[in-house]
Design a protein around this ligand. Sequence first.
Ligand code: L14
Length: 257
Amino acid sequence: KTITKYGAVMIDNSSAFRMDADVPLVVPEVNAEDALERPRGVIANPNCSTIQMVVALKPLYDLARITRVVVSTYQAASGAGAPAMAELYDQTREFLDGKPEDELTIKAFKHRIAFNTIPHIDVFLDDDSTKEEWKMVAETKKIMGDAGVKVAATCVRVPVLRCHGESVNVEFAADVTPEAAREALAAAPGVTVMDDPANNVYPMPGLLAGTNDTYVGRIRRDDTVDHGLSMWVVADQIRKGAALNAVQIAQLLLPKD
Ligand code: L14
């Protein structure tokens, strides 16, 4: 209230306002126009995992309507803050030093993250999904402007410092070839296609920290549905998943010269 009272626009990075009907939820590559209609002077910055997924989905949706998405995330420790990164380092050292399991320092996560993966991000909801998974479902529909896009999400913490990875299966209303998908993604703003299996080229979280783009690789047919593609999406969730996206929203509001 105090921020917006005298006309300033607040770009909020938390999950507090994201699903409010009178607050736009914006990823500039996807729905920049939504930033213009902001009755409360608030624009919400989406969830990190959702941002990188919709950046990759949008150019594909423009080829054919997307009916269903199945996503599994591989989320970096830094999503839970700097102390969580420190915990990954320290715990790895303790583990390698042979410290007993019950003496390891476990604070940032519910379980040991070193040499482990934890299928639990944010809190559990009544239907046994997690709030992080729910965010990916609800926010994707809102950002894409299509409540008909069905999303099934499983969010997993992995012992990576920065950059979320996402295995994404996309189902379309009409056929989209891997070649057409690659071409559309290569031409899309904020996307870098990294997809050359013959030369072992695909995006990897451990090697992309500090980058601004959303990287897409492993693009191939998903033959288990009529019109399906599988792909692997990586982005630095601190940059595109948070700070950079907020800066890009602010840039949308600047006068055009
Ligand atoms: O909704 O990786 O902005 O713990 C930020 C931290 C989502 C989870 C959000 C993480 C959260 C994320």
